[in-house]
Design a protein around this ligand. Sequence first.
Ligand code: HEM
Length: 399
Amino acid sequence: VGAAGAAGLVAGAAGGAGISAALSDDTAGAGGAPALSTVGSTAVMFHGKHQAGITTPLQSRGHLVAFDLAPGAGRKEAAALLRRWSATAKVLMAGKAPAEDTGIALDAGPSSLTVTFGFGRTFFDRTGLASRRPAELDPLPAFSADALDPRRSEGDLWVQIGADDALVAFHALRAVQKDAGDAARVRWQMNGFNRSAGATAKPMTARNLMGQVDGTGNPKPTDPDFDRRIFVPAGGAQEWMAGGSYAVVRRIRMLLDDWEKLPLDRQEKVIGRRKSDGAPLTGGSETTELALDKLGPDGKPVIPDNAHSRISAPEQNGGAAMLRRPFSFHDGIGPDGTPDAGLLFVCWQADPLRGFVPVQRKLDRGDALSAFIRHEASGLFAVPGGPAEGEYVGQRLLE
Ligand code: HEM
């Protein structure tokens, strides 16, 4: 698997786990004209060992939304809510309209829609389930460079929505919010995007708003240790999490005015990779390993000691690995003229203490990228395994 197939995280690349092309009837346009593309007709399966939206290829639109249970709502209301949400997600992911539909996505196919559900640390106290809270949900340590806004952080429940069409994604967001009814209230909500399917001539790794090829080093589903690193095994302390994963969510603002002033060669040293094609500064192509020991004519490492990709490399972190599956965000231009833009960093791992935490600890000591970013919000969520046929998400916890 080349980098373009890394963890299947190529926007718009059809195929991969749980993806099926929808009915051929749907691929014909109005009046029998040939379909414009298969972007709309691609559907992702709701049921499975793992929830959709983790190894699913990056979609071009994303919404992240956290809810808090309403005062007085407990385990019973939470179970009913997860049952409603699961039924809605299943219908929408199949490209069908739910009851009392808003009509926002009429005409469009499922467009690779995924709706993924998670539980935050506070959920377990609110529902009397504290004894079943996984130790993995212990609060993340504070990092020196954090500038976190608690109102946009954490939450009892978390929903990640992704789709290759903006109307399909927004439609799902409205349906999820409507389903919450009196049981839960939105705590925070963030919108993100990636490159549209078909924008590049061939499948390629995504770029972020700094212009870097981002996602190359991700573990790949074909790696022998992929499942062990990303998904919770059966037989653990909290059996209801078997097949699940932990999502760390960070809203990371990019200081783009400062970044864009940096000449190209310095930008490349910040990461340790070429901007044009993502290849290591030590040569080769995007998928070539970093030659971390290689010295330049000046006797210094070609990939600097503080380069982001050196510091975050699994071999520098006792094998700590995570699956990064972000969306970019842009929430307008601030009063000071700077864009409120950056990365909705979402990473997946079987245990945050063996994924995000050790890597962020090292980055926080001052990788070269730190001067150009600011962590503004944070969340940690337990995302249970995928529902079996007839089951709703989280049923093994809530019943
Ligand atoms: C690699 C950008 C934040 C962990 C990379 C690469 C880029 C990049 C361009 C090299 C290409 C690749 O392998 O994907 C960014 C930007 C960030 C950010 C722009 C913030 C806005 C983070 C954070 C973490 C992280 C917060 C985790 C704590 C990693 C890891 C790799 C990586 C694990 C792969 C290293 C390897 O396997 O060689 N990042 N990153 N990054 N980054 Fe980040």
